[in-house]
Design a binder for this molecule. Sequence first.
Ligand code: DSN
Length: 422
Amino acid sequence: MNPYTHIKKQDRQVYAALEGEEARQAEGLELIPSENYVSLAVREANFSILTNKYSEGYPGKRYYGGQKYTDIVENIARERAKKLFGAQYANVQTLGGANANIAMYFALLQPGDTVLGMDLSHGGHLTHGHPVTYLTKIFKFVRYKMKDADTGEIDYDEMRAVALREKPKIVLAGFSAYPRELDYAQFVSIARSVGAYAVMDIAHIAGLIAGHAVKNPFDYGFDIMTSTTHKTLRGPRGGLILTRESEELAKKIDRMVFPGLQGGPHMNNIAAKAVAFGEALKPSFKMYVKQILKNAKAMEGVFKAANIRLITGGTDNHLLLADVFGSMGITGKEAESVLDEVGITLNKNAIADDMRGPMDPSGIRFGTPAITTRGFKEKESARVAELMVETLHKRTDQKALKKIHVEVKSLCKRFPIPKSFA
Ligand code: DSN
């Protein structure tokens, strides 16, 4: 399928950029752990006719007419999301993960209330209370951290002490750069001890939860989970808010998403979410997410053998965080750039209490969701890790880098981006 025939005729400039991106994705290895490749079915839904429709409100209760089919689509998306995550309620209208978190805060908190979230450099996310966000002008954010960056153990005693002192209204679990499982029972117990909501931002591991490769926070009593739909869950770009059982909370969330913060939902995107959730409900998705974990372990083995320090000592999920500055004297920015030269895309990333700045930190973050979608198993994943290590060691040797790039391209050719998932 060439989806760009009309753009090609009408707009050469945009067409050229799209063609370029098609080639970049086809010929390079995508290791950014928050990216993935969606099926053509998801893309078809995303560019479908539903983009023409305004649907403020929710199924059965809209502000405009003509909602026969939008209601069908949104109900399918909600029902599938509920089934995937064991939730009683789902809001599928938020446009992204940040929007989902913002809606969740505004639904549950009053200005001035406190949130206890993970420190960004220890794996948290900007929307969990980083000072650069406007959220910190409205709410107070206090932090928890790892006790030891070499094991990844969270300091739950300190977390409990902070909770008792600061009386947060939300105890927030979740991360964008933490490779281990959290002790969910601790989070819920700490939240309950101060009368706070227990919320988990599952954006990174949503697919792993849906495919039962890791634990589901709802099984431990979390009240709400926020998410994106485009990472391990392998759907279109977008957000999702799940409520375990409280109708009152779910109503607050719905009211805050619309009309509180957003206008008309992007129904084309919601249709794409519905299709992706349908794919995630298939047995083959369970196999896919299991393989993501096996592939990450295979990469872990290579980095450990090369004596490159991994934050938390390794991984139990889809991502790894390597301290390349501490281990090899190469900055995260330099590593990202030289790996890009050989067709391997990942991102520079801060490590715990990084002494370096965010634009040139000490670490690199990478993961296996996208290469696993391409069909990579442990053998190919380990080979990619070997090529990464070699690239970093031989970063000034142009001849060696060219050779590595040839091998990367040939791997990509052997494992083209699939059009659909069985
Ligand atoms: N940008 C996402 C990530 O890469 O983890 C988080 O927002």
